[in-house]
Ligand binder design. Structure first.
Ligand code: UDP
Length: 404
């Protein structure tokens, strides 16, 4: 079980003090987090670190998970995709009623806390059963271009929350009091913890990658928005100029996601005839960690991106990133300081070559990148944000009571 002191190596004393003070003001309060899955996905990963941290600070934090059947999760996947901008998906009254019914059944199982954080659309309607506690909807996706009729349906629930939290300013839907909390990574997780060089080398050898030659690559789902074909095209250009370079891409094959197997196929076809290309799938976190550490330059060519945690992860490992300026990448890659932004594939290839020829520059960008992540995108910052938001809402509530 992690405690705040495990994070001491990454924080200054002042930060630790501030977190402890903020937590003291809330000591004894009950904080409930509710999401739709215990495993898999960024939200579960975040809660796995956040909830023990809150507890280690003397707060009564709890993590409850919604129970639903297959039908429910099919419907909520549809809601998710509609909110993210797919305008074609249709909903029948039966779908909506099943969605609400599952939430009502769950509602009877849960008890609200002084603060109840509800994550993403699946458990959103739980707020129907709310009492006097403070309720917060934490939206991890970008609903700003969502299907208007779906948003209209959900807004009657969203509006019942005391506050809404979004990942980026651009994602806000103004249906109440809003906060912005940027995503973060956990430096102690398997994905990000320090590794011995021999561990990294072991992973490279396991996958037939030559540890003696330079490696570049991208970690991302095989998905059109991540532009895996662009990665191959950039590699082709780099390879023409630096013959010994190798490309290692990591993605998930997601057998349940037909689109990703299709894009995996397209990517491997695009790479036909190219030497030293490794397209890996479904690696455990520690191997993803090792591959990221092996990169001389990490690519992130997404044409559309939420936040881009893979960029955060590479930067945390001191690896310089060459990325397209999409979504949250713009907050992370400060061009020429913490990495390079590329306007197109030619530009990306030139910047990769430029960095590979200048190890000193890669080192400077890598160090600044890691520091940028340390200051802004570690889970301890998220913890601070949550404490601040709870204090703010609690004071707001006390103020209202005083005024009334
Ligand atoms: N990831 C992984 N294995 C893969 C591909 C991705 O573990 O094969 C992880 C990656 O390390 C990151 C997350 O999945 O933690 C992807 O988050 P990001 O914000 O970059 O993109 P998303 O997939 O959410 O659009």
């Amino acid at each position: 079980m992690v405690t705040l002191s495990d994070y001491r190596p990454f924080l200054d004393l002042r930060e630790i003090k501030e977190i402890e003070e903020a937590a003291n003001n809330l000591r004894g309060r009950e904080i409930v987090h509710i999401n739709a899955t215990r495993y898999g996905g960024g939200v579960a990963e975040m809660l796995r670190s956040l909830v023990p941290l809150l507890r280690s600070l003397g707060l009564r934090a709890r993590w409850d998970v919604l129970e639903g059947d297959d039908r429910f999760f099919e419907i909520t996947k549809r809601i998710h995709n509609s909110l993210q901008g797919n305008l074609e998906l249709e909903f029948t009254p039966e779908m909506w009623s099943h969605y609400l019914e599952v939430n009502r059944r769950n509602s009877a199982r849960f008890e609200e806390g002084d603060f109840t954080f509800v994550h993403d659309p699946q458990p959103l309607p739980l707020v129907e059963g709310r009492g006097d506690g403070i309720w917060i909807w934490r939206c991890h996706i970008d609903p700003s271009r969502g299907n208007p009729s779906v948003l209209k349906f959900l807004s009657r629930y969203i509006e019942r929350y005391d506050a809404l939290i979004f990942s980026l300013e651009d994602y806000i839907i103004p249906l109440g009091r809003t906060y912005v909390v940027h995503p973060t990574i956990d430096p102690l997780s398997e994905k990000n913890r320090d590794m011995k060089p021999s561990e990294v080398e072991g992973v490279l050898e396991k996958h037939g990658i030559d540890p003696d030659r330079p490696i570049i690559g991208q970690v991302s789902r095989y998905d059109p928005w991540k532009d895996p074909l662009g990665v191959i095209r950039v590699y082709r250009r780099v390879k023409e100029r630096i013959g010994e370079v190798q490309l290692v891409m990591v993605g998930s094959s997601a057998s349940d996601d037909p689109e990703s197997s299709e894009w995996y196929e397209l990517t491997s076809r695009e790479a036909e005839g190219l030497r030293d290309v490794h397209l890996l799938t479904d690696l455990p976190d520690i191997e993803v960690n090792a591959i990221q550490r092996s990169y001389q330059v990490a690519l992130q060519l997404s044409t559309r991106e939420g936040f881009g945690l893979t960029v955060t992860e590479a930067m945390w490992k001191g690896v310089p990133v060459v990325a397209r300026p999409s979504g949250g990448i713009k907050l992370q890659v400060i061009d020429g300081i913490t990495g390079f932004l590329a306007s197109d594939l030619d530009d990306a290839a030139s910047k990769v070559v430029y960095l590979m020829k200048r190890p000193w520059l890669s080192r400077i960008l890598g160090q600044s990148g890691r520091e940028h992540v340390r200051r802004n995108f570690l889970i301890t910052r998220l913890l601070e944000d949550h404490l601040r938001i709870m204090r703010d809402l609690h004071q707001g509530r006390a103020g209202q009571a005083g005024a009334g």
